[in-house]
Design a protein around this ligand. Sequence first.
Ligand code: SAH
Length: 254
Amino acid sequence: MDGGWLAVVGLGPGDAAMQTPQATTALAAATDLVGYMTYLDRVPHRPGQTRHASDNRVELDRARHALDLAAAGARVAVVSSGDPGVFAMASAVFEAIEHGPAGWRALDVQVVPGLSAMFAAAARLGAPLGADFCAISLSDNLKPWPLVLHRLTAAAGAGFVVALYNAASRARPWQLGAALDALRPVLPPGTPVVFATAVSRAEEALLVTTLADADPARADMRTLVLVGTAATRRIERPDGRPWLYAPRSHPAAS
Ligand code: SAH
């Protein structure tokens, strides 16, 4: 029974160079890899390692399975894209521990952080998250849609830049359009909106537009949408790709 552990590992946004050495070490030391198959595909194969690929919607089952394996002595890496604590597997693991057998609380469990999509996207754009910001998942699979809208309009109304995760998917085609419509009475029409798709991967695409012109059809399940504020600055550049940044001080501070 000795020697088992569980690491919830963040793979970063896609580019292997954006994965931390700590994550690489944990993946190499694991006897078992658990995760959504698309993410497992990003981990190089190693002889002797067992892969437990699953569908994206069974996070709690996957977490329990991983804990069972670790309790039986396996060295288990549960993989997530980006950071495992941001709309990803780490919450499912702790939910499983809280409601699971008492023995799971004594397990060696570690969260290995990763570079979340919002930071990878922000780095491409300049410094749009340089002042107060928040992250909201637009998925209404696990929370009611009116709550999503309430948080979004409250955050935007309070001057937070908002990073929207899970902006769109085939199963959730209308939510982003409804979210942008809810923001239009709250923010000026010229507020910068960014569609950052597949950042750091071969298909990377970045579109910087405004709230007035934002077309929700530009987002798919690989897209992070960033909604700026009235204070977000835009610096035009000769190649047509502007920098966005958040000024360090609020106008009221001087
Ligand atoms: N744990 C992940 C987020 C998982 S939720 C993280 O920290 O990044 C999945 C959502 O993350 C996607 O729908 C998309 O909104 C965003 N996302 C993940 N990888 C991305 C990437 N490379 N580029 C842009 N958005 C990404």
